[in-house]
Design a protein around this ligand. Structure first.
Ligand code: SF4
Ligand code: SF4
Length: 423
């Protein structure tokens, strides 16, 4: 059914959803990869340490997921050292399924801080993956100025990744980022990378200049988490569902992302049969957007366009002396007021400040009404009032404490504890 050399499904033998998989060139890497990527961060019990211990439920889940992905024509797998068991699961499953190495491209990521650590980490990752090389290695999380400087310093981790590339352990070097746009642009401008993993989707279009810049430099672009960080689209508001009909919100957003020729692929943490059904439905025979899809986009745009207190995410109001991430808080307000997206707003707002550099910023309740931000806002928004209102509508003490407990158990927290000598 699948051509094991190209990973393509013959036109007369499409996957169950009916539309054949599509492939795009991953920028200057010159590799053809599927527009949907199998992301590996959500397997059953996948986050429970130790990383090498693979419970049967995790293995069965990964096995079933990989089989489905291959059957759908997906030829790109994305994982990271930071995803606990994920690399070990892929290593075991791809080995046991005897998947030919030519059948898939493997991307992994890591955030080593020194040259020695980089070599050690990549060797450990290859061992976990049971591979002699990875196709794509992304420095994981160029999220702020410090991490940009640390990763790209002369003789540092990225330089070492390029040495490993020359040695054949890595085929292409890139980076992933959750950074503000200015840092993201700087990282692209280093010209050290062949691809970038970034956030860009319908409900967060602020990174469009980075998409354009990366495209102009012929970099491959992978969109991170279009369904989850993109709005928890599998369970969004009735209003969004109605506006997107007859498409699902997942289809609409996926097609929006793929309508950008610079975008190569969307990574999706699929780990259940229904995830394949909903995500494969994005495929549209390489037509993004059709006139019908454009009509849906116009309908979706209208509620935000008519919002008189819309924050345009221009970021002119920053910095706030209290460390409030004003544009992000007001983006959640835009989504809440324009599209009734309360569930997503609560999910993200109650994570603020708990994820270190992955999602920085203080709660809006910290606003002292100092007024510093007011003259800088071109929309003349009453920022303190809007922040207060948003906090009132989205802060959820129960969700906060659940997220706090999770963050205390996370690898990032453990690393922090190590750095500060607390263990
Ligand atoms: S008014 Fe509030 S949000 Fe604006 S700068 Fe002052 S503390 Fe920050
Ligand atoms: S300056 Fe105004 S419009 Fe711009 S991000 Fe800040 S609050 Fe939003």
């Amino acid at each position: 059914m699948i051509c094991m050399e190209t990973g393509r499904i013959p036109a007369d033998n499409p996957p169950a959803t009916g539309t054949p998989m599509e492939y795009r060139r991953f920028g200057k890497t010159d590799e053809m990869i599927s527009v949907l990527t199998l992301g590996g961060m959500r397997f059953a019990h996948g986050w429970n340490p130790p990383r090498q211990h693979l419970p049967r439920a995790s293995v069965e889940n990964a096995m079933d997921t990989v089989r489905r992905a291959l059957a759908a024509g997906i030829n790109h797998i994305e994982t990271a050292h930071g995803y606990m068991k994920s690399e070990h699961l892929f290593g075991l499953v791809l080995d046991e399924l005897k998947v030919p190495r030519t059948r898939y491209k493997m991307m992994t990521k890591g955030a080593p801080m020194t040259a020695d650590e980089t070599r050690r980490l990549v060797e450990e990752q290859l061992e976990a993956l049971r591979l002699d090389h990875v196709d794509f290695y992304g420095w994981h999380g160029i999220n702020n100025e410090e991490r940009l400087a640390a990763s790209c310093k002369p003789g540092g981790p990225v330089e070492t990744l390029h040495r490993l590339r020359e040695e054949g352990l890595i085929r292409h070097v890139g980076f992933s980022t959750h950074a503000p746009l200015n840092i993201l642009m700087k990282a692209i401008e280093t010209d050290l990378f062949s691809f970038v993993n970034l956030h860009y989707y319908y409900f967060f279009q602020h990174n469009l200049p980075a998409v354009k810049l990366a495209g102009s430099k012929d970099m491959g672009i992978l969109i991170i988490s279009p369904n989850d960080k993109g709005g928890q689209l599998w369970d969004t508001s009735q209003k969004v569902k109605d506006l997107c009909a007859p498409l699902t919100p997942i289809q609409f957003n996926g097609r929006f992302c793929l309508s950008h020729p610079e975008v190569t692929t969307l990574t999706l943490g699929m780990h259940a049969p229904e995830h394949f059904t909903s995500n494969l439905a994005m495929l549209n025979g390489e037509t993004y957007f059709s006139p019908d899809d454009l009509e849906i986009k116009n309908r979706m745009d209208a509620p935000l366009g008519s919002l008189s207190t819309q924050c345009t995410y221009c970021t002119e109001c920053l910095p706030c002396p209290e460390g409030i991430n004003i544009p992000e808080v007001l983006r959640f307000r835009n989504m809440l007021v324009a599209w009734d997206m309360r569930r997503f707003g609560k999910y993200r707002y109650n994570m603020l400040g708990l994820m270190d550099h992955w999602f920085p910023g203080e709660y809006a309740s910290r606003c002292t009404e100092c007024g510093d931000c007011l003259p800088r806002c071109p929309e003349k928004l009453e920022i303190p009032r809007l922040l207060k209102e948003t906090h009132h509508r989205l802060f959820d003490p129960k969700a906060f404490w659940v997220n706090k407990a999770k963050s205390l158990a996370s690898p990032a927290w453990n690393r922090l504890k190590k750095w500060f000598g607390a263990q």
